[in-house]
Design a protein around this ligand. Structure first.
Ligand code: WT7
Length: 630
């Protein structure tokens, strides 16, 4: 039985049921999955702890709902279409049956290396099918995967290895990106100088030279030799962790968001089928990287649980040319296409010429995710890619929410440019003002909270439950705080306005300003720095850094480049500041707090009416900052 919503009144009806009888609602949906033992109780919760349990005492293995449950009906269907970076290289088509064998076999490999249920395994791999196999094989044996985006630096990788006490790393020799070959294993080696794991399994992709350490490093293909393709799935509890995914917040180092098994499984499939209106036989393509939550929930788990054909693309939108996305859509007759506003804007900048050779007539649904989509990009996407006949689903959610929270149901919810529209069933939104008072009714603006648990929500932050409580459940009592500002318009539609905390969103990548500052401060000549976001045409937000440095014997240009390299080395190229302004001081209050409001305005280009500066220790510094603006 399908839990697909088919009409707008059907949506309202389902939504109502999900609020009045949430347990009954989710039990009905959960019943269509494969459980080794059914749950005793649907939900147990307390946002104070927080302590949230879905499908209490249910026993399962998520991969059984992907494979065992469905192999008789769609074993021969394509599970993964893989499009390589280079369009001249052969693509791959992996059926559910084949994927099942690959997953079972790799599960046996992991076991043979001594990895057990509950152990953490880091996956630091390019976008190749083996990365999905790696995730599912971990799930199969009950190990907890933590995928780290392969663009992160050795130092960022080492931090994650240490934080989750990983036992193994699954990686590749290298990575193709456009016309570049990027070393991957070498980064792992560097990370392992500052951390340690027992096992490294290396998948050969680029064929570049790597150093293999005896007794620790193994080639993926050699590991498979003589290993059985049969594996009986490990039994896990609904609330056993499925994965950890690190994400940035407003303070400190990235935290490991923990997602558990039962609720995540139920919610990702349900939201996938509904939002995208996926029908069997459709080809679905999400352009995210598996290193982000979008890749977890909507390239791997959601689509595979739904028996979908999910396309995995190794390359970049502009290689060999700016028509690559459109070429891939025509090549595989993609029906649902899900990408990020930053990619849309980058392609928009190339004009419509790169689109002309392609028909794009297989498209039925377009999706957007990761940051607010501006009206202009929305319209361009709608007109030139969707040919004014494909609904756009602007999906708002977060690493912590595990799945899409606010989005149109494709073709059913009337859309409005730049609006994520309405919450999905089960999602009880709440807008609060600064004092935590709920703003009811329409035409209100405030901070976005969620006041009732949903199945795929964050359970804890790895190794530090208090941090989870402080970050998400303490700002407003009894509610999960998203960190986003939001507006509910006269129709009751939601428009996400962006972060209200010190988190910036650069090309859909989430970064803490404090994290970038800490990286900048690692440069020996930097005395202090302050980082803010500013509006950027393509990236959504760019990174603007104000730095106080010791300039002795240095030109500004040299120093700026060195600082950029430092950030690249500590976090990764995605965190490199777009603009660096050397200043002699920062606007601080008498209590020593940096007035970021002023820095943000100057970075935006506002030089007048900066608001009250009377509490500043040294108001003169503002003038200097304005004059030296980049
Ligand atoms: C932050 C979460 C969700 C997967 C990718 C990002 C922003 C996300 C939208 C959207 C406006 C959006 C929010 C959110 N965001 N989607 N459709 N409209 N803003 O996950 O890295 O955890 O980032 O991305 O600010 O809080 P993430």
């Amino acid at each position: 039985m399908s839990d697909r919503i088919h009409t707008l009144s059907g949506y309202f009806h389902e939504y109502q049921k999900s609020v009045t009888e949430p347990e009954k609602f989710w039990a009905r949906i959960a019943d269509s999955f494969h459980w080794q033992k059914r749950w005793d109780q649907v939900l147990e919760w307390d946002f104070e702890g927080p302590d949230v349990k879905w499908f209490v005492n249910g026993k399962l293995n998520i991969t059984e709902s992907i494979f065992e449950k469905n192999l008789f009906t769609h074993g021969d269907r394509t599970a993964i279409i893989w499009e390589p970076n280079d369009p001249n290289e052969e693509s791959r088509n992996i059926t559910y049956k084949q994927l099942y064998k690959d997953v079972c076999q790799f599960a046996n490999v992991l076991l043979s290396k001594g990895i057990q249920k509950g152990d953490r395994v880091i996956i630091y791999m390019p976008m190749i099918p083996e990365a999905a196999v790696a995730m599912l094989a971990c799930a199969r044996i009950g190990a907890i995967h933590s995928v780290v985006f392969a663009g992160f630096s050795a130092s960022a990788l080492a931090d994650r290895i240490v934080d989750c006490e990983a036992k193994a790393i699954l990686t590749s020799d290298g990575n193709f990106r456009g016309n570049k070959k990027i070393a991957v294993k070498a980064v792992v080696d560097e990370a392992l100088e500052k951390s340690s794991v027992d096992t490294v399994i290396v998948c050969k992709r680029t064929g570049q030279d790597v150093i293999m350490k005896e007794g620790r490093d193994y080639w993926w293909s050699e590991c498979l030799e003589g290993i059985s393709t049969d594996h009986k799935a490990e039994t896990v509890d609904s609330e056993d962790p499925l994965f950890i995914l690190y994400t940035s917040g407003s303070t400190g180092k990235p935290k490991g968001v923990v997602h558990t098994t039962g609720g995540y499984m139920v919610y990702t499939k349900y939201s996938f089928e509904n939002v995208f209106q996926y029908s069997p036989g459709d080809v679905y393509w999400c352009t995210a990287d598996i290193g982000w939550i979008t890749g977890h929930s909507y390239i791997v788990y959601g689509p595979l649980l739904a028996g979908a054909t999910t396309l995995m693309f190794e390359g970049v939108p502009t290689f060999p040319d700016a028509g690559r996305f459109w070429a891939v859509i025509d090549k595989y007759k993609v029906n649902q296409f899900y990408t990020a506003p930053t990619a849309i804007r980058a392609l928009q900048a190339h004009g419509t010429e790169p689109i002309e050779p392609y028909s794009l007539d297989s498209l039925k649904v377009l999706g957007s995710v990761g940051e607010p989509i501006n009206e202009e990009a929305w319209r361009w996407y709608y007109t030139h890619i969707g040919k004014s006949r494909c609904p756009i689903v602007d999906t708002w959610w977060q690493t912590e929410t595990g799945g899409i929270m606010v989005s149109p149901i494709a073709g059913i919810t009337p859309t409005k440019p730049a609006y994520a529209t309405l919450p999905l069933p089960g999602v009880q939104l709440c807008i609060v003002n600064a004092d935590g008072k709920e703003l009811t009714g329409n035409s209100v603006e405030g901070n976005l909270c969620i006041k009732f648990p949903w199945p795929s929500m964050i359970r804890t932050t790895w190794g530090d439950h208090d941090r989870c409580k402080q970050t998400y459940f303490s700002t407003y009592k009894g509610m999960y705080f998203t960190g986003d500002g939001v507006k509910r318009d006269h129709d009751g539609y939601y428009r996400i306005l962006g972060r209200v905390d010190d988190v910036i969103n650069v090309s859909g990548h989430r970064m803490g300003t404090a994290e970038v500052e800490n990286a900048i401060n690692e440069h020996p000549l930097v005395i202090e720095s302050a980082v803010v976001g500013y509006p950027h045409e393509v990236k959504g937000q760019g990174i603007y850094a104000y730095v106080i440095c010791d300039m002795t014997n240095r030109t500004e240009e040299n120093l700026v480049n060195e600082i950029k390299d430092t950030v690249s080395k500590i976090i990764g190229p995605i965190a490199k500041p777009d603009k660096i302004q050397v200043v002699s001081g920062l606007p601080k209050t008498r209590s020593g707090k940096i007035m970021r409001r002023i820095l943000r305005k100057v970075a935006e280009g506002v030089t007048e009416n900066l608001g009250d500066t009377s509490t500043l220790l040294d108001p003169e510094v503002v003038k200097e900052i304005i004059d030296g603006r980049k």
